[in-house]
Design a protein around this ligand. Structure first.
Ligand code: SDX
Length: 428
C-alpha cells in the first residue's frame, strides 16, 4: 500500500504533507501548508510536475498512450459516438439517454444564429488576418450580445451559457473561414445536426444547392471528438485560470483560443503542414530535417512530434493516421505531404534521439493532412482544433466554478534587484 504522506526535512525540522489519491493515475502531495510552515515555495517551470487542480473529466496515461473522457476510451467514442453526444458527456459526466440527447441538441439549436452586428466586427478585419486572431476577438465580443451569460452562477445558468456558446462558436469558426475566402456569412440550419450544420456554414456557396458528403461529415465528427478535451493542457489551464477570477465564459474561452494558437500547442497542426511543404519543396530530403531536429544549434523542431504527457504513441494520432488513409483513398488524393509524414515517422521512431526522449507523433502530426483533404486551408487547421476543444474548455471551466476553485495566483522565486532608492535623472 503506497504511503499516504511525505515528510520534508528542512532547517532542523520535519514537516508532513498528505498524499492525495485520485481514482487512477498521478498521486499528489498536498502542499497547501508548505509556505506557512516552512517559508518555502515549490518551483516547477512549465508545471511539468505540478497539479493545478483535481478533475473528474479526462484522464491520460502517458506511458500507455491511453485517453479517457469521463472514463470512456477515446477509441470507443471515436468509433461509436458522435460529437454532440461527446459534448454532453464531457459537460454532464454521463452519456445521455435519448430524451436528454434530444433536449441538449434542441437547446443548442435555439441559439443557432449570431447577432447581425457581429458581421460588422468581422468586416473590420483584413481578409489576410489569421483566423485564430479573428476567432478570439469574435468570441470575446459575444459577451456584448449575451450579457446574462457573463455572470453564470447556478448550474442552470452555466448550462444555458454552455449551450449558447456551443451554438455560436460554430458560426464564428465557419465565419473565420468565409472571411478569408471573401464569401458571404451563413447562419445555421436547424434541419441538420451540429457537425452537418457547421460543415454547411463553412462550404455552402450562395449560387449552388448544397450537398452533404456524409463521409466528410463523419470524418469531421471523428476529428472533433478526438480534440474535445485533454486534461490540464496549456489552453485549458488558461481557460481555468482566467475563469478563476470569475471572468465570464465567453472571455475565458477567448483566452483559451489565444493560448491554443501557439505553434507549440494547437498551432502545431498548421506548423506540421508548413514543415511538410518545406521539406517537399526542399526535394523531400527527410534525413536532412531529422538531423536538423536533433541539432541543438538548430532551432528547427519536428512539429507534431513529442508531448508533455504522452511518452508513447498519442492514441489520437493513431486514429487520425488511419482515418487519413481512408479519406485520401476515398477522395482519390495522392498527397506527397502524407508520404513525407510517413517517412519522417518511420525514421524518427528508429532514431535513438527520439527513442531516448520518447518523442512520438502527437495529435497534430496527421490532422492537417485530413483537414487539407476536406478542403480547409492551412490557416484554418487550428480553428478546427478550437471547435473540437470547445466542449472540453467549457466542461473544465464549469467544473472549476462549481468546485469553487480559488483564484489562481502562483508564487515566484524573485531574481531581480534588491531594494534601492530612486536617483534623479541628473544624477544617473
Ligand atoms: C498539443 O498538453 C497537451 O495535452 C497538448 C495537446 C492537447 O490536446 O491539448 O496534446 C495538443 O499541443 C500537442 C503538442 C503540439 N506541439 C508540437 O507538436 C510542437 C513540437 N513539440 C515540442 O515543441 C514539444 O515536444 C512539446 C511542446 C509538445 C512538449 O515539450 P516539453 O514537454 O516541454 O518537452 P521539452 O521541450 O522539454 O523537450 C524534451 C526534450 C528536449 O531535448 P533535451 O533538451 O532533453 O536534449 O525533447 C526534445 C527537446 O529538445 N524535443 C524535441 C521535440 N520535442 C521535444 N526535439 C525535436 N523535435 C521535437 N518536436
Amino acid at each position: 500500500m503506497p504511503e499516504n504522506k511525505v515528510v520534508l526535512h528542512y532547517g532542523g525540522n520535519s514537516y508532513e504533507y498528505p498524499v492525495v489519491e485520485g481514482t487512477i493515475g498521478d498521486r499528489g502531495i498536498d502542499i497547501s501548508q508548505l509556505r506557512s510552515q516552512t517559508g518555502l515555495i515549490t518551483l516547477d517551470y512549465g508545471f511539468k510536475n505540478t497539479g493545478s487542480t483535481s478533475s473528474g473529466i479526462t484522464f491520460l496515461d502517458g506511458d500507455k498512450g491511453e485517453l479517457l473522457y469521463r472514463g470512456y476510451p477515446i477509441e470507443e467514442l471515436a468509433e461509436k459516438s458522435n460529437f454532440t453526444e461527446v459534448m454532453y458527456l464531457l459537460l454532464n459526466g454521463e452519456l445521455p439517454g435519448k430524451k436528454d440527447y434530444d433536449t441538449f441538441e434542441a437547446n443548442i439549436k435555439v441559439h443557432n444564429y449570431v447577432a447581425e452586428e457581429m458581421k460588422k466586427i468581422i468586416d473590420a478585419f483584413p481578409r489576410y488576418a489569421h483566423p485564430m486572431g479573428v476567432l478570439s476577438t469574435l468570441t470575446s465580443a459575444l459577451t456584448a450580445f449575451n450579457p446574462k451569460a457573463v455572470d453564470a452562477q447556478s448550474v442552470e445558468d452555466l448550462n444555458h451559457a454552455a449551450e449558447l456558446m456551443i451554438a455560436k462558436f460554430a458560426h464564428l469558426c465557419a465565419w473565420t473561414y468565409r472571411k478569408t475566402q471573401g464569401l458571404p456569412l451563413n447562419h445555421g440550419d436547424n434541419s441538420l445536426n451540429y457537425v452537418e450544420n457547421f460543415y454547411k456554414m463553412v462550404f455552402r456557396l450562395p449560387n449552388e444547392e448544397f450537398e452533404l458528403d456524409t463521409y466528410i461529415v463523419d470524418a469531421l465528427d471523428k476529428l472533433l471528438i478526438l480534440h474535445a478535451d485533454h486534461e490540464q493542457n496549456c489552453s485549458t489551464s488558461t481557460v481555468r485560470l482566467v475563469g478563476s477570477a470569475h471572468t465570464g465564459l465567453f472571455a475565458s474561452i477567448s483566452s483559451g483560443v489565444s493560448a491554443l494558437w501557439g505553434p507549440l500547442h494547437g498551432g502545431a497542426n498548421q506548423a506540421v503542414i508548413e514543415m511538410l511543404e518545406r521539406i517537399k519543396s526542399d526535394g523531400g530530403d527527410v534525413a536532412k530535417y531529422i538531423a536538423k531536429a536533433k541539432d541543438k544549434n538548430d532551432n528547427f523542431r519536428l512539429m507534431g512530434f513529442g508531448h508533455r504527457v504522452y511518452k508513447n504513441f498519442d492514441p489520437r494520432a493513431k486514429i487520425i493516421k488511419k482515418a487519413s488513409d481512408v479519406i485520401l483513398s476515398k477522395m482519390g488524393i495522392k498527397d506527397k505531404a502524407l508520404d513525407i509524414a510517413l517517412q519522417l515517422e518511420k525514421i524518427a521512431l528508429e532514431d535513438d534521439y527520439f527513442i531516448e526522449r520518447k518523442l512520438y507523433p502527437n495529435v497534430d502530426f496527421y490532422s492537417g493532412i485530413i483537414y487539407k483533404a476536406l478542403g480547409f486551408p492551412t490557416e484554418m487547421f487550428t480553428v478546427m482544433f478550437a471547435l473540437g476543444r470547445l466542449p472540453g474548455w467549457i466542461a473544465q471551466w464549469k467544473e472549476m466554478r462549481l468546485n469553487g476553485d480559488p483564484i489562481g495566483r502562483p508564487r515566484q522565486v524573485y531574481t531581480g534587484a534588491k531594494k534601492r532608492n530612486f536617483v534623479p535623472i541628473d544624477q544617473r
